[in-house]
Design a protein around this ligand. Structure first.
Ligand code: CUK
Ligand code: CUA
Length: 864
């Protein structure tokens, strides 16, 4: 048997029996002792542990802070699942390195300038009736006021909109309850136009506001033309929230620096932070966006700046659509309760949380009961009469999240480094939990929706200090998972995050997400439409029009078509590549060395790279994703010639060639290996059929994949035979080799299918048999015995049938092999294998378990 085949058959026959593991009693205590774990540690570990192949109950989308990306991780395991490229180029995903994603990224250019980072703060999930529907995800960029839309069918960024009038934002991105709009409030007030205005004219020419981006939840895109800005005073607007239920149609936005202080330490003024927190209270902005959206339809109600409709303050005031309510100074979070009736505001500089009541606010507005007006004429509501009440929570309350228990709310305390659980209806503090250190936001499970799920809160900490291995002065971020299902909170898990600085995160029940695994063939994933460069097998071509060279290419395990591209120096090369795979997770990457291009092609995706071939030379291009056993072979060459140069052909080296006899011998050998390999494949196919693989979808899908590869064999065989007929043995060998490669790929998937099937159809192991399997492996038995196969020792299938009183006999033999070396049967075995069974010093208990394991093997003997 050739070496290739030998390996393959070992794979087939040996792999089906994946060793199962069972721990002997006392093992847990032993591990706890060795690792210094307490019982509480172990319980917490068990609450978060996700066994291999398991799924989390919730999925978290976290801001990636200054990385301009987003993180996706599971709860309770806290396993990171993905980074989503949003405002920042991300090479693995090809984001910003292929033409189609560049189009999305460049939608985020600000005043013509390419921006390649973002300061992401607040992710938001699309809502239906205030509940998350798992369809769309949005996030803001504070530094370059932008909002990005991510499609949760493939977790890719599809759109970026730039706020044309704000110079920074913060209070976004927050969906209204049916995803009609996304709220994005300004942060640092600045002139709406793009001109210079002296700071001395701050009150006159600088403005704040809230933008309501019109969202189409059907297609998941923002319509800038249908969006509008509510002009607000140059108070620094901060966090916002959309009303829901009772308060649907309204928006709430905090502010600081209602003093409108402009600082100026360089001219001897007190510092900005002193001047901007002089007053005891700032203002909560309350606005009727539903009414304003209708008003904005009439051009006489808006002014247009930089193409954006703006509703001036006078219009909002005249239409009873904008109000202010005092709130404790320098507030931060404003969070509307699940039913929309309570609005909780926390002020960084106040130890209290202030709970406003919507019905009270509504009544004051209806009765036009105002205590005054601000300098811009906006009516001010009385704070006391709007409040449900206030509660002393601790130092530096910031943000709030809700749970599934009525009235229960969780608030982060930045200065105290605590999470406090309290009740916003009864205004009672219930529990506090220490976190490490300086928590910003906290994330409940669907904790800001109309239907919070409870169970966990994640504390999004700003500092990690002493929590983790020191990796230098820039520490990881720390997300801490807290169990809130009990009467008191319990800190379960610390997760270091190597991407900063996440501000807010949102969590959704995993079952609400329905991402796809492949695209329709030839999809432009950024638009969801067929790609103009879509190329099917057999349509590969190179089109030249003057200096423009367009390549229509395909990738499928394990080749790129075309394999050679020759262009002239100075040509503009456009490559459209389609990944022809249908198999799940069969991504190919693609780059041409030295040209700063890269793309990631998921099954069915078409994408484009474009570059000027401005340097002469030979440039390998290759698949960058380890996609199959022949991944390294998935390559080709781009040759760039200088049309003005004469190239001398190199001296032909005299190569030693094979004789016709040698070629014939090699051909025969190759054909024989293929025939033997086919036999192995046949045996697997028989196994699959005998065990009704079609009854199991997972297995059936894998078998389809395998046949996909096998289906390409006849065409190659035809080419090989034609080469033989034409007397070109060299070529025939290469085609036969190609057949072997297809066989390996078939086998690769076939093995996976067989493994999956064995797992599905084998009878369940008893606890004893599981322990026995482990003892068998760990004790060293599997070094010589392969179940289902004779290897360095005999096959043990049926060992309990081979001897009289077999259980006793086998037990005695394992316990003391030497005692039976003289028996004729064993003597014969020793001669045959040229090996003596060693004493593995198994305990009686272990031997008993191994016997149970052997029984399980015999029950399933047909599978091995
Ligand atoms: S902010 Cu960072 S901790 Cu931007 Cu929501 Cu409060
Ligand atoms: Cu395709 Cu590696």
């Amino acid at each position: 048997m050739s070496n290739k085949l030998n390996k393959l058959s070992t794979l087939f026959l040996g792999s089906a029996l994946a060793a199962t593991t069972a721990f002997s009693s006392g093992a847990l205590e032993k591990v706890m002792k060795e690792r210094g774990l307490t019982e509480n540690d172990v319980i917490r570990a068990a609450k978060t542990y996700l066994p291999t192949g398991g799924r989390d109950e919730f999925v978290v989308f976290s801001s990636g802070g200054q990385s301009g990306q987003m993180l996706v991780y599971g709860v309770p395991s806290m396993k990171i699942l993905k980074y989503i490229a949003v405002f920042t180029p991300e090479p693995w995903q090809g984001y910003g390195f292929d033409e189609d994603s560049k189009k999305v990224l460049r939608q985020g250019n600000v005043r013509g300038r390419e921006i390649n980072w973002g300061d992401t703060h607040h992710p938001g999930l699309s809502e239906k009736d205030g509940k998350y529907d798992g369809k769309w995800l949005v996030i803001n960029d504070k530094a370059n006021p932008r909002i990005a839309v991510i499609d949760l069918e493939d977790f890719e960024t599809k759109q970026i909109v730039v706020n044309p009038v704000f110079k920074s934002d913060h209070g976004g991105a927050f969906f209204t309850q049916n995803s009609e709009y996304i709220i994005e409030a300004c942060q640092y007030a600045a002139p709406f136009d793009n001109n210079y205005h002296p700071i001395e004219e701050y009150k006159e020419t600088y403005r704040g506001g809230a933008t309501l981006w019109k969202f189409n939840p059907e297609i998941g895109r923002i319509d800038q033309n249908a969006s509008f800005v509510i002009e607000m005073p140059p108070y620094m607007q901060d966090l916002s929230d959309a009303g829901k239920g009772a308060s649907h149609g309204w928006g709430f936005t905090n502010s600081f620096n209602t003093e409108m202080y402009t600082g100026g330490i360089e001219v001897g003024m007190p510092p900005f932070e002193a001047g901007c927190s002089r007053y005891d209270t700032d203002f909560l902005h309350v606005y009727n966006w539903e009414k304003l959206a209708k008003l904005a339809e009439d051009p006489k109600n808006v002014k247009v700046v930089n193409g954006m409709r703006i509703i001036p303050m006078e219009v909002s005031i005249a239409n009873d659509a904008l109000f202010l309510i005092p709130e404790p100074k320098s507030p931060h979070g404003v969070d509307v309760s699940p039913d929309g009736e309570y609005i909780t505001v926390c002020g960084k500089l106040d130890t209290h949380a202030s709970v406003y009541k919507w019905s009270k606010i509504k009544k004051l507005i209806a009765d036009k009961k105002f205590v005054g007006k601000d300098p811009y004429g906006i009516p001010i509501l009385d704070m006391k009469s709007s409040l449900h009440g206030q509660v002393e929570l601790g130092l530096g309350p910031l943000h709030n999240q809700y749970s599934n228990v009525d009235g229960e709310i969780y608030t982060s305390l930045y200065v105290d480094s605590q999470i406090v659980k309290w009740n916003y209806k009864t205004l009672k503090v219930l529990d506090k939990e220490n976190v490490h250190y300086n928590v910003g936001h906290l994330c409940g499970m669907e904790g800001k929706s109309a239907d919070p799920q409870g169970k966990y809160i994640i504390s999004l900490n700003k500092l990690a200090i002493d929590r983790f291995q020191n990796v230098g002065p820039l520490h990881p971020q720390n997300h801490q998972l807290i169990d809130i299902s009990g009467k008191t909170m319990d800190l379960l898990y610390d997760m270091p995050i190597p991407l900063g600085e996440p501000h807010q995160a949102v969590a959704i029940r995993a079952s609400k997400l329905h991402p796809k695994v492949r695209y329709q063939m030839g999809t432009n994933t950024k638009t969801g439409k067929p790609h103009k460069g879509k190329t099917l097998a057999g349509q590969e071509r190179i089109v030249r029009e003057g200096k423009n060279v367009t390549v229509y290419a395909t990738m499928v395990r394990s080749h790129i078509n075309p394999e050679r591209i020759t262009v002239n120096k100075g040509d503009i090369v456009t490559m459209h590549i389609t990944n022809l795979e249908r198999a799940e997770d069969e991504t190919h990457g693609f780059t041409v060395d030295n040209f700063d291009v890269h793309m990631s092609l998921e099954p069915g995706e078409t994408s484009t790279i474009k570059f000027e071939a401005d340097i002469e030379g030979v440039f390998p291009y290759y698949c960058t994703e380890f996609c199959s056993a022949l991944h390294l072979e998935m390559m080709g060459y781009l040759m760039v010639k200088d049309p003005n140069k004469k190239y001398e052909s190199a001296q032909k080296l005299k190569m030693k060639t094979m004789s016709p006899e040698e070629l014939k011998a090699e051909y025969d050998k190759t054909v024989a290996v293929n025939a033997a390999t086919q036999e192995v494949i046949n045996s697997v196919v028989k196994f699959l059929k005998d065990n009704n693989f079609a009854d199991h979808k997972v297995v059936a899908d894998l078998v389809t994949d395998a046949f996909d590869q096998a289906g390409q064999i006849p065409a190659q065989k035809k080419l090989a035979d034609e080469a033989v007929a034409a007397g070109d043995m060299e070529k025939a060998i290469l085609f036969e080799n190609m057949i072997w490669q297809l066989m390996v790929k078939t086998a690769d998937v076939g093995i996976r299918a067989k493994d999956a099937l064995v797992r599905l159809v084998a009878t369940k192991q008893s606890a004893e048999a599981e322990r026995g399997a482990r003892a068998f492996d760990e004790g060293g038995c599997s070094g010589c015995h392969v179940v289902g196969k004779v290897s360095s020792g005999p096959d043990l299938t049926g060992v309990l049938q081979r001897h009289e009183d077999a259980e006793k006999w086998v037990s005695a033999f394992i316990l003391s092999p030497e005692s039976k070396f003289k028996e004729p049967y064993i003597k014969g075995m020793i001669d045959y294998f040229n090996l003596k069974m060693p004493n593995q010093h198994m305990s009686k208990e272990e031997i008993k378990d191994i016997i149970e394991y052997f029984k399980w093997i015999d029950e399933n003997a047909n599978l091995f």
